[in-house]
Design a protein around this ligand. Structure first.
Ligand code: ZN
Ligand code: ZN
Length: 326
């Protein structure tokens, strides 16, 4: 295995990162074909309203917003994405590096702007996704189709197998984190302010943008587009691309989604080496999140970044090639 320079306990390490192959085989063998997802109509209505609002926001972004508002909307988009990629994903779900409290607070607050459930819930769902990929215990199981993996899973009730298996995960590393406990305790007011008010207020008080334009662009359009960028990793990066590290899994290397999701599209690498903080071997312009974590490390805010050794990666690739040609 690669260099593991952290002090994470072996048990927790297994919990966080390991693929549960035995269970995956069992889950696939006992999959219930007759199970039909139950639609949650409240979420269908909310997502429909959000998309109508996002189209209004897109129109305003193109025809009515000031230059500063356009730039600010992009900044909010990047902050929302970073809170997922560097925060909920690489820091908390995978523990692929460690962060000092100021960085944790920054990522937790911007995570409220991103509004994708609180970090504890996000990380639990994501750990299920890695441990039991492409089975009923994977929240966005690609076997149920592109749309289900993209956003359909958020408009249906969880599969009983996901509830059962997810309930077995030890999440004490997350629930004992005071920054995450604070987010969970005050989640509603935090998302109300950071997702739906703060981005608009900055534009209104910063450069006299109208509240109407600022709200539809920096809040609604930005929220909706940041959701799709994340969702594309679960749908597109599990469907399209090449698989140089493991040809037997659905996650693929997908540079387009890596660009839009600031570094998360090296998905064949990531599912093969989930504890590597870089999540891919792609260059920096396709992995802005890695650059962000590196800068944080230089500032003393991030440390103990886990990296798989080059030899391990090459060994994995050559095994893959052997299987392919042998
Ligand atoms: Zn995945
Ligand atoms: Zn992951």
């Amino acid at each position: 295995m690669g260099a593991r320079t952290n002090s994470i306990s072996e048990v927790l390490y297994e919990e966080v990162a390991a693929v549960d192959t035995t269970e995956i085989i069992k889950l696939k063998a006992t999959a219930q074909d007759e199970w039909k997802p139950q639609i949650v109509w409240r979420n269908v209505i909310l997502f429909t309203a959000l998309h109508i609002g996002a189209f209004i926001g897109l129109y305003q972004l193109i025809f009515q917003a000031s230059f500063m508002t356009i730039i600010w909307t992009i900044v909010c988009q990047v902050l929302s994405e970073l809170s997922i990629t560097a925060g909920a994903h690489r820091l908390w779900a995978h523990r692929s590096y460690k962060a000092r409290t100021p960085l944790k607070i920054f990522l937790m607050l911007t995570n409220c702007m991103a509004l994708q459930n609180d970090i504890i819930e996000w990380a639990r769902d994501h750990r299920c996704h890695h441990k039991w990929t492409d089975t009923d215990a994977d929240p966005h199981n690609i076997e149920r189709g592109f749309f289900f993996a993209h956003m359909g899973w958020l408009m249906t009730k969880k599969h009983p197998k996901l509830k059962e298996m997810g309930g077995k995960l030890d999440l004490t590393d997350l629930t004992s984190d005071p920054v995450l406990a604070f987010q969970r305790r005050h989640y509603l007011p935090l998302i109300g302010f950071f997702c739906f008010l703060f981005p608009a207020l900055v534009a209104v008080y910063g450069w006299n943008e109208s509240f109407f334009v600022a709200w539809y662009t920096a809040c609604i359009f930005r929220y909706c587009s940041s959701l799709h960028v994340t969702w594309l990793i679960n749908s597109a990066a599990h469907t399209f691309g090449y698989r140089p590290y493991d040809q037997n899994i659905s996650p693929a290397e997908n540079p387009w989604t890596s660009f839009t999701a600031i570094g998360e599209g090296g998905h064949n690498f990531h599912h093969t080496f989930p504890y590597d903080y870089r999540t891919s071997e792609m260059p920096l312009f396709l992995n802005f999140t890695r650059g962000f974590i590196d800068v944080c490390a230089k500032l003393g805010l991030a440390y103990d970044m886990k990296v798989v050794s080059k030899e391990s990666i090459e060994r994995q690739k050559s095994k893959h090639a052997e299987r392919k040609h042998g």
